[in-house]
Design a protein around this ligand. Structure first.
Ligand SMILES: Cc1cc2nc3c(=O)[nH]c(=O)nc-3n(C[C@H](O)[C@H](O)[C@H](O)COP(=O)(O)OP(=O)(O)OC[C@H]3O[C@@H](n4cnc5c(N)ncnc54)[C@H](O)[C@@H]3O)c2cc1C
Length: 380
Protein backbone atom coordinates (compact mmCIF):
# COMPACT_ATOMS: atom_id res chain seq x y z
CA UNK A 1 0.00 0.00 0.00
CA UNK A 2 1.38 3.40 -0.94
CA UNK A 3 -0.28 6.54 0.43
CA UNK A 4 2.22 9.01 -1.02
CA UNK A 5 1.80 11.42 -3.92
CA UNK A 6 4.34 11.52 -6.74
CA UNK A 7 6.75 14.43 -7.00
CA UNK A 8 4.79 15.67 -10.04
CA UNK A 9 1.59 15.64 -7.99
CA UNK A 10 3.21 17.59 -5.15
CA UNK A 11 4.44 20.16 -7.67
CA UNK A 12 1.05 20.30 -9.32
CA UNK A 13 -0.60 20.98 -5.96
CA UNK A 14 1.74 23.84 -5.16
CA UNK A 15 1.27 25.39 -8.63
CA UNK A 16 -2.51 25.35 -8.24
CA UNK A 17 -2.26 26.72 -4.70
CA UNK A 18 0.04 29.57 -5.79
CA UNK A 19 -2.22 30.48 -8.69
CA UNK A 20 -5.36 30.45 -6.55
CA UNK A 21 -3.75 32.56 -3.87
CA UNK A 22 -3.26 35.24 -6.53
CA UNK A 23 -6.56 34.99 -8.40
CA UNK A 24 -8.96 33.89 -5.68
CA UNK A 25 -8.15 35.72 -2.42
CA UNK A 26 -10.73 35.72 0.45
CA UNK A 27 -12.00 39.27 -0.37
CA UNK A 28 -12.75 38.17 -3.93
CA UNK A 29 -14.64 35.10 -2.71
CA UNK A 30 -16.68 37.15 -0.24
CA UNK A 31 -17.58 39.65 -2.96
CA UNK A 32 -18.67 36.98 -5.46
CA UNK A 33 -20.85 35.37 -2.78
CA UNK A 34 -22.32 38.63 -1.51
CA UNK A 35 -23.03 40.14 -4.94
CA UNK A 36 -24.16 36.86 -6.55
CA UNK A 37 -21.52 37.17 -9.26
CA UNK A 38 -19.72 34.10 -10.71
CA UNK A 39 -15.93 34.00 -10.26
CA UNK A 40 -15.26 34.73 -13.96
CA UNK A 41 -11.71 35.97 -13.47
CA UNK A 42 -10.59 33.03 -11.32
CA UNK A 43 -12.21 30.53 -13.71
CA UNK A 44 -10.48 32.15 -16.67
CA UNK A 45 -7.12 32.08 -14.86
CA UNK A 46 -7.52 28.32 -14.23
CA UNK A 47 -8.43 27.80 -17.91
CA UNK A 48 -5.54 29.94 -19.13
CA UNK A 49 -3.16 27.88 -17.01
CA UNK A 50 -4.52 24.71 -18.69
CA UNK A 51 -6.07 23.11 -15.58
CA UNK A 52 -9.50 22.64 -17.13
CA UNK A 53 -7.92 20.19 -19.62
CA UNK A 54 -6.31 18.12 -16.88
CA UNK A 55 -8.10 14.81 -17.63
CA UNK A 56 -8.50 15.33 -21.38
CA UNK A 57 -6.13 13.08 -23.42
CA UNK A 58 -3.03 14.79 -24.79
CA UNK A 59 -4.09 14.13 -28.41
CA UNK A 60 -6.99 16.56 -27.82
CA UNK A 61 -4.85 19.21 -26.17
CA UNK A 62 -5.27 18.11 -22.55
CA UNK A 63 -2.79 16.81 -19.98
CA UNK A 64 -4.03 13.19 -19.80
CA UNK A 65 -4.17 13.35 -15.99
CA UNK A 66 -5.46 10.63 -13.67
CA UNK A 67 -8.42 10.61 -11.26
CA UNK A 68 -5.95 11.25 -8.42
CA UNK A 69 -4.65 14.34 -10.25
CA UNK A 70 -8.24 15.48 -10.63
CA UNK A 71 -8.89 14.98 -6.90
CA UNK A 72 -5.86 17.14 -6.05
CA UNK A 73 -7.10 19.91 -8.36
CA UNK A 74 -10.62 19.89 -6.91
CA UNK A 75 -9.42 19.71 -3.30
CA UNK A 76 -7.26 22.80 -3.82
CA UNK A 77 -9.95 24.78 -5.65
CA UNK A 78 -12.61 23.78 -3.10
CA UNK A 79 -10.28 24.97 -0.36
CA UNK A 80 -10.32 28.45 -1.84
CA UNK A 81 -13.87 28.70 -3.21
CA UNK A 82 -16.42 25.90 -3.45
CA UNK A 83 -18.49 27.62 -6.16
CA UNK A 84 -15.41 27.91 -8.38
CA UNK A 85 -14.78 24.19 -7.84
CA UNK A 86 -18.40 23.42 -8.81
CA UNK A 87 -17.99 25.30 -12.07
CA UNK A 88 -14.75 23.44 -12.89
CA UNK A 89 -16.25 20.08 -11.87
CA UNK A 90 -19.33 20.50 -14.05
CA UNK A 91 -17.27 21.26 -17.15
CA UNK A 92 -14.83 18.43 -16.46
CA UNK A 93 -17.48 15.82 -15.64
CA UNK A 94 -20.59 16.62 -17.71
CA UNK A 95 -18.57 18.08 -20.58
CA UNK A 96 -15.09 16.56 -20.87
CA UNK A 97 -15.58 13.16 -19.22
CA UNK A 98 -19.01 12.45 -20.76
CA UNK A 99 -17.61 13.15 -24.24
CA UNK A 100 -14.32 11.30 -23.62
CA UNK A 101 -16.20 8.24 -22.45
CA UNK A 102 -19.28 8.25 -24.72
CA UNK A 103 -18.71 10.72 -27.57
CA UNK A 104 -18.23 9.77 -31.22
CA UNK A 105 -14.89 10.67 -32.78
CA UNK A 106 -16.58 13.71 -34.42
CA UNK A 107 -17.87 14.86 -31.02
CA UNK A 108 -14.45 14.37 -29.43
CA UNK A 109 -12.76 16.39 -32.18
CA UNK A 110 -15.40 19.10 -31.98
CA UNK A 111 -15.56 19.55 -28.20
CA UNK A 112 -12.46 18.30 -26.40
CA UNK A 113 -9.84 20.69 -27.86
CA UNK A 114 -12.13 23.66 -27.08
CA UNK A 115 -12.78 22.45 -23.52
CA UNK A 116 -9.04 21.96 -23.00
CA UNK A 117 -8.48 25.57 -24.09
CA UNK A 118 -11.13 26.73 -21.61
CA UNK A 119 -13.47 27.95 -24.33
CA UNK A 120 -16.53 25.89 -23.40
CA UNK A 121 -18.26 25.26 -20.10
CA UNK A 122 -21.05 22.84 -19.26
CA UNK A 123 -24.09 22.32 -17.03
CA UNK A 124 -26.12 19.20 -16.27
CA UNK A 125 -29.89 18.91 -16.52
CA UNK A 126 -31.32 15.79 -14.91
CA UNK A 127 -33.66 16.90 -12.09
CA UNK A 128 -37.26 17.93 -12.85
CA UNK A 129 -40.02 19.30 -10.61
CA UNK A 130 -41.62 15.84 -10.31
CA UNK A 131 -38.44 13.74 -10.46
CA UNK A 132 -35.69 14.42 -7.90
CA UNK A 133 -34.44 11.38 -5.98
CA UNK A 134 -36.55 9.29 -8.34
CA UNK A 135 -34.60 10.75 -11.25
CA UNK A 136 -35.61 8.09 -13.78
CA UNK A 137 -39.23 9.29 -13.53
CA UNK A 138 -38.29 12.27 -15.71
CA UNK A 139 -40.72 13.34 -18.44
CA UNK A 140 -38.89 15.96 -20.53
CA UNK A 141 -38.94 14.49 -24.00
CA UNK A 142 -37.29 14.80 -27.39
CA UNK A 143 -39.29 13.77 -30.48
CA UNK A 144 -37.60 12.98 -33.76
CA UNK A 145 -39.19 15.14 -36.49
CA UNK A 146 -37.67 15.31 -40.00
CA UNK A 147 -34.21 14.31 -38.78
CA UNK A 148 -34.17 16.80 -35.84
CA UNK A 149 -34.95 16.32 -32.16
CA UNK A 150 -37.57 18.67 -30.70
CA UNK A 151 -37.29 19.04 -26.91
CA UNK A 152 -40.20 19.93 -24.67
CA UNK A 153 -40.31 19.91 -20.88
CA UNK A 154 -39.04 21.52 -17.72
CA UNK A 155 -35.89 21.03 -15.67
CA UNK A 156 -35.17 22.41 -12.22
CA UNK A 157 -31.84 22.94 -10.42
CA UNK A 158 -29.71 23.02 -13.59
CA UNK A 159 -26.79 24.72 -11.86
CA UNK A 160 -24.73 27.21 -13.82
CA UNK A 161 -27.00 26.86 -16.90
CA UNK A 162 -27.00 30.65 -17.37
CA UNK A 163 -23.19 30.83 -17.59
CA UNK A 164 -22.57 27.63 -19.56
CA UNK A 165 -22.26 27.09 -23.29
CA UNK A 166 -23.81 23.61 -23.28
CA UNK A 167 -25.95 21.49 -21.02
CA UNK A 168 -25.97 17.71 -20.96
CA UNK A 169 -29.75 17.24 -20.84
CA UNK A 170 -31.19 13.90 -19.76
CA UNK A 171 -34.54 13.21 -21.42
CA UNK A 172 -36.94 10.66 -22.78
CA UNK A 173 -36.75 9.68 -26.45
CA UNK A 174 -39.13 6.74 -26.36
CA UNK A 175 -42.80 6.80 -25.44
CA UNK A 176 -43.01 3.05 -24.83
CA UNK A 177 -40.13 2.48 -22.42
CA UNK A 178 -40.46 3.53 -18.82
CA UNK A 179 -38.02 4.63 -16.10
CA UNK A 180 -34.35 4.00 -16.98
CA UNK A 181 -35.22 2.57 -20.39
CA UNK A 182 -35.79 5.03 -23.22
CA UNK A 183 -33.66 7.76 -21.65
CA UNK A 184 -31.11 9.59 -23.82
CA UNK A 185 -28.55 12.35 -23.13
CA UNK A 186 -28.33 15.28 -25.55
CA UNK A 187 -25.66 17.97 -25.58
CA UNK A 188 -27.76 21.11 -25.97
CA UNK A 189 -26.50 24.60 -26.78
CA UNK A 190 -27.81 26.75 -23.91
CA UNK A 191 -28.47 29.65 -26.33
CA UNK A 192 -30.84 27.55 -28.49
CA UNK A 193 -34.17 29.11 -29.45
CA UNK A 194 -36.94 28.00 -27.09
CA UNK A 195 -34.80 27.74 -23.93
CA UNK A 196 -35.93 29.92 -21.03
CA UNK A 197 -33.72 30.13 -17.93
CA UNK A 198 -34.81 31.50 -14.54
CA UNK A 199 -32.46 31.91 -11.59
CA UNK A 200 -33.58 30.31 -8.29
CA UNK A 201 -32.87 32.11 -4.99
CA UNK A 202 -30.98 29.73 -2.68
CA UNK A 203 -29.60 29.69 0.87
CA UNK A 204 -26.01 29.08 -0.22
CA UNK A 205 -23.98 28.69 -3.40
CA UNK A 206 -25.02 32.22 -4.20
CA UNK A 207 -22.19 33.17 -6.54
CA UNK A 208 -23.20 30.91 -9.45
CA UNK A 209 -26.24 29.18 -8.03
CA UNK A 210 -28.86 27.22 -9.84
CA UNK A 211 -31.69 27.68 -12.35
CA UNK A 212 -35.04 26.47 -13.57
CA UNK A 213 -35.13 25.78 -17.31
CA UNK A 214 -38.06 25.55 -19.72
CA UNK A 215 -37.64 23.80 -23.07
CA UNK A 216 -40.27 24.90 -25.58
CA UNK A 217 -39.88 23.23 -28.99
CA UNK A 218 -36.09 23.40 -28.76
CA UNK A 219 -34.62 21.98 -31.95
CA UNK A 220 -31.33 20.06 -31.86
CA UNK A 221 -29.56 17.95 -34.46
CA UNK A 222 -29.25 14.17 -34.22
CA UNK A 223 -25.50 14.43 -33.71
CA UNK A 224 -26.15 16.04 -30.30
CA UNK A 225 -26.85 12.60 -28.83
CA UNK A 226 -24.13 11.49 -26.43
CA UNK A 227 -23.72 7.74 -26.02
CA UNK A 228 -26.39 6.57 -28.45
CA UNK A 229 -30.16 6.55 -28.35
CA UNK A 230 -31.63 4.95 -25.21
CA UNK A 231 -28.27 4.84 -23.41
CA UNK A 232 -28.72 8.01 -21.34
CA UNK A 233 -28.97 6.25 -18.01
CA UNK A 234 -25.71 4.43 -18.68
CA UNK A 235 -24.02 7.75 -19.57
CA UNK A 236 -25.19 9.36 -16.29
CA UNK A 237 -24.15 6.32 -14.28
CA UNK A 238 -20.61 6.26 -15.67
CA UNK A 239 -20.15 9.99 -15.02
CA UNK A 240 -21.20 9.43 -11.40
CA UNK A 241 -17.71 8.21 -10.46
CA UNK A 242 -16.23 11.55 -11.46
CA UNK A 243 -19.11 13.50 -9.96
CA UNK A 244 -18.75 11.82 -6.55
CA UNK A 245 -15.00 12.20 -6.61
CA UNK A 246 -15.00 15.87 -7.60
CA UNK A 247 -17.73 16.87 -5.14
CA UNK A 248 -16.10 15.04 -2.23
CA UNK A 249 -12.64 16.41 -2.96
CA UNK A 250 -13.93 19.98 -3.35
CA UNK A 251 -16.05 19.80 -0.22
CA UNK A 252 -13.28 18.31 1.87
CA UNK A 253 -11.11 21.19 0.65
CA UNK A 254 -13.82 23.65 1.72
CA UNK A 255 -14.30 21.88 5.07
CA UNK A 256 -10.55 22.15 5.68
CA UNK A 257 -10.62 25.91 5.08
CA UNK A 258 -13.57 26.27 7.46
CA UNK A 259 -11.80 24.12 10.07
CA UNK A 260 -8.64 26.26 9.80
CA UNK A 261 -10.70 29.36 10.56
CA UNK A 262 -12.15 27.66 13.66
CA UNK A 263 -8.73 26.53 14.95
CA UNK A 264 -7.31 30.01 14.48
CA UNK A 265 -10.27 31.59 16.27
CA UNK A 266 -10.07 29.06 19.13
CA UNK A 267 -6.43 29.97 19.67
CA UNK A 268 -7.02 33.72 19.67
CA UNK A 269 -10.44 34.38 21.18
CA UNK A 270 -10.16 34.69 24.96
CA UNK A 271 -12.91 34.24 27.55
CA UNK A 272 -12.50 33.68 31.29
CA UNK A 273 -8.85 34.76 30.89
CA UNK A 274 -7.75 32.11 28.42
CA UNK A 275 -8.11 31.09 24.76
CA UNK A 276 -11.44 29.31 24.22
CA UNK A 277 -9.48 26.42 22.60
CA UNK A 278 -8.25 25.56 26.10
CA UNK A 279 -11.81 24.64 27.11
CA UNK A 280 -12.54 20.99 26.50
CA UNK A 281 -15.96 21.85 25.05
CA UNK A 282 -14.15 23.60 22.19
CA UNK A 283 -10.97 21.52 21.86
CA UNK A 284 -12.93 18.26 21.57
CA UNK A 285 -15.05 19.76 18.80
CA UNK A 286 -11.85 20.63 16.99
CA UNK A 287 -10.44 17.14 17.53
CA UNK A 288 -13.64 15.59 16.16
CA UNK A 289 -13.50 17.85 13.12
CA UNK A 290 -9.89 16.85 12.48
CA UNK A 291 -10.82 13.16 12.52
CA UNK A 292 -13.65 13.77 10.02
CA UNK A 293 -11.34 15.67 7.70
CA UNK A 294 -8.68 12.94 7.79
CA UNK A 295 -11.26 10.25 7.02
CA UNK A 296 -12.87 12.26 4.20
CA UNK A 297 -9.47 12.79 2.60
CA UNK A 298 -8.59 9.13 2.87
CA UNK A 299 -11.93 8.14 1.36
CA UNK A 300 -11.76 10.39 -1.68
CA UNK A 301 -8.11 9.65 -2.45
CA UNK A 302 -8.81 5.93 -2.08
CA UNK A 303 -11.80 6.32 -4.41
CA UNK A 304 -9.62 8.18 -6.92
CA UNK A 305 -7.17 5.30 -6.73
CA UNK A 306 -10.03 2.83 -7.30
CA UNK A 307 -11.09 4.76 -10.42
CA UNK A 308 -7.52 4.72 -11.71
CA UNK A 309 -7.34 0.94 -11.05
CA UNK A 310 -10.72 0.39 -12.70
CA UNK A 311 -12.23 -1.11 -9.52
CA UNK A 312 -14.52 1.72 -8.33
CA UNK A 313 -17.95 0.53 -7.28
CA UNK A 314 -21.37 2.09 -6.79
CA UNK A 315 -21.53 1.44 -3.06
CA UNK A 316 -17.98 2.77 -2.53
CA UNK A 317 -19.09 5.97 -4.30
CA UNK A 318 -22.14 6.16 -2.03
CA UNK A 319 -20.03 5.71 1.13
CA UNK A 320 -17.74 8.51 -0.03
CA UNK A 321 -20.60 10.87 -0.93
CA UNK A 322 -22.43 10.20 2.34
CA UNK A 323 -19.45 10.52 4.66
CA UNK A 324 -17.72 13.49 3.08
CA UNK A 325 -20.89 15.57 2.77
CA UNK A 326 -22.24 14.78 6.25
CA UNK A 327 -18.77 15.59 7.66
CA UNK A 328 -18.67 18.90 5.80
CA UNK A 329 -22.09 19.82 7.17
CA UNK A 330 -21.01 18.92 10.74
CA UNK A 331 -17.68 20.73 10.44
CA UNK A 332 -19.37 23.91 9.18
CA UNK A 333 -21.90 23.71 12.02
CA UNK A 334 -19.26 23.09 14.71
CA UNK A 335 -17.02 25.84 13.33
CA UNK A 336 -19.89 28.31 13.54
CA UNK A 337 -20.38 27.26 17.17
CA UNK A 338 -16.68 27.89 17.89
CA UNK A 339 -17.16 31.44 16.59
CA UNK A 340 -20.14 31.98 18.92
CA UNK A 341 -22.27 35.03 18.02
CA UNK A 342 -19.70 36.20 15.47
CA UNK A 343 -20.17 32.99 13.50
CA UNK A 344 -23.77 34.05 12.99
CA UNK A 345 -22.76 37.42 11.52
CA UNK A 346 -22.50 37.89 7.76
CA UNK A 347 -19.23 39.78 8.28
CA UNK A 348 -17.43 36.53 9.18
CA UNK A 349 -16.85 33.93 6.44
CA UNK A 350 -17.86 30.92 8.53
CA UNK A 351 -21.56 31.51 7.75
CA UNK A 352 -20.86 30.98 4.03
CA UNK A 353 -19.50 27.50 4.70
CA UNK A 354 -22.53 26.78 6.89
CA UNK A 355 -24.89 27.81 4.06
CA UNK A 356 -22.92 26.11 1.29
CA UNK A 357 -22.38 22.88 3.24
CA UNK A 358 -26.12 22.40 3.67
CA UNK A 359 -26.43 21.58 -0.03
CA UNK A 360 -23.81 18.84 0.12
CA UNK A 361 -26.22 16.37 1.83
CA UNK A 362 -29.00 17.14 -0.71
CA UNK A 363 -27.52 17.73 -4.18
CA UNK A 364 -26.29 14.88 -6.41
CA UNK A 365 -28.25 12.33 -4.38
CA UNK A 366 -29.39 12.99 -0.81
CA UNK A 367 -27.84 11.28 2.20
CA UNK A 368 -30.98 9.13 2.50
CA UNK A 369 -30.49 7.87 -1.06
CA UNK A 370 -26.78 7.14 -0.40
CA UNK A 371 -27.80 5.10 2.66
CA UNK A 372 -30.32 3.22 0.50
CA UNK A 373 -27.56 2.34 -2.00
CA UNK A 374 -25.20 1.17 0.75
CA UNK A 375 -27.94 -0.90 2.42
CA UNK A 376 -28.90 -2.44 -0.94
CA UNK A 377 -25.28 -3.47 -1.54
CA UNK A 378 -25.56 -5.42 1.73
CA UNK A 379 -28.61 -7.29 0.51
CA UNK A 380 -31.14 -5.14 2.41
C1 LIG B 1 -28.62 24.15 -5.19
C2 LIG B 1 -28.90 22.89 -5.93
C3 LIG B 1 -28.13 22.57 -7.05
C4 LIG B 1 -28.45 21.43 -7.80
N1 LIG B 1 -27.77 21.20 -8.98
C5 LIG B 1 -28.24 20.26 -9.82
C6 LIG B 1 -27.75 20.17 -11.16
O1 LIG B 1 -26.83 20.90 -11.56
N2 LIG B 1 -28.33 19.27 -12.02
C7 LIG B 1 -29.34 18.45 -11.63
O2 LIG B 1 -29.82 17.67 -12.45
N3 LIG B 1 -29.81 18.49 -10.35
C8 LIG B 1 -29.30 19.37 -9.46
N4 LIG B 1 -29.82 19.47 -8.18
C9 LIG B 1 -30.92 18.58 -7.79
C10 LIG B 1 -30.59 17.62 -6.65
O3 LIG B 1 -29.76 16.59 -7.08
C11 LIG B 1 -31.93 17.17 -6.05
O4 LIG B 1 -32.44 18.28 -5.32
C12 LIG B 1 -31.80 15.94 -5.17
O5 LIG B 1 -31.47 14.82 -5.94
C13 LIG B 1 -33.08 15.66 -4.39
O6 LIG B 1 -34.23 15.74 -5.19
P1 LIG B 1 -35.48 16.64 -4.68
O7 LIG B 1 -34.95 17.97 -4.31
O8 LIG B 1 -36.52 16.58 -5.71
O9 LIG B 1 -35.96 15.94 -3.34
P2 LIG B 1 -36.95 14.67 -3.22
O10 LIG B 1 -36.49 13.58 -4.09
O11 LIG B 1 -38.35 15.14 -3.34
O12 LIG B 1 -36.68 14.25 -1.71
C14 LIG B 1 -37.26 14.92 -0.59
C15 LIG B 1 -36.82 14.17 0.67
O13 LIG B 1 -37.29 12.81 0.62
C16 LIG B 1 -36.21 11.91 0.74
N5 LIG B 1 -36.42 10.72 -0.09
C17 LIG B 1 -36.84 10.65 -1.36
N6 LIG B 1 -36.88 9.38 -1.77
C18 LIG B 1 -36.47 8.61 -0.74
C19 LIG B 1 -36.26 7.21 -0.54
N7 LIG B 1 -36.48 6.33 -1.52
N8 LIG B 1 -35.79 6.80 0.67
C20 LIG B 1 -35.55 7.70 1.67
N9 LIG B 1 -35.72 9.01 1.54
C21 LIG B 1 -36.16 9.47 0.36
C22 LIG B 1 -34.98 12.70 0.26
O14 LIG B 1 -33.78 12.14 0.76
C23 LIG B 1 -35.29 14.08 0.80
O15 LIG B 1 -34.92 14.17 2.14
C24 LIG B 1 -29.48 20.56 -7.37
C25 LIG B 1 -30.20 20.86 -6.21
C26 LIG B 1 -29.93 22.01 -5.50
C27 LIG B 1 -30.77 22.32 -4.27
Amino acid sequence: MDFSFTQDQDEMRSHIRDLLEKVCPPEYVEKCDKDGVPPYEAYKALCDAGWIGLIIPEEFGGAGGSATDLAILLEEIGNKFEELAMWVFRTMTWGAFAIMEHGTSEQKNKFLPLIAKGQLSFAFGLTEPESGSDAAALTTKADLVDGKYIINGQKVFSSGMDISDYCLVVLRTSKEDIKQKGITTLMVDTKSKGIEIHKIETLGHRSIGTTQVFYNDVEVSEDSIIGGIGNGWKVCDSCLWYERLCLSAARTGAATACFDLAVDYAKNREQFGRPIGKFQGISHKIADMKVMLELSRMLFYKFAWSIDQGTASRHEAAILKLYSSESYKSIADMSLQVFGGYGYCMEYPVQRYYRDARLSVIGAGTSEIQRNIIAKSLGL
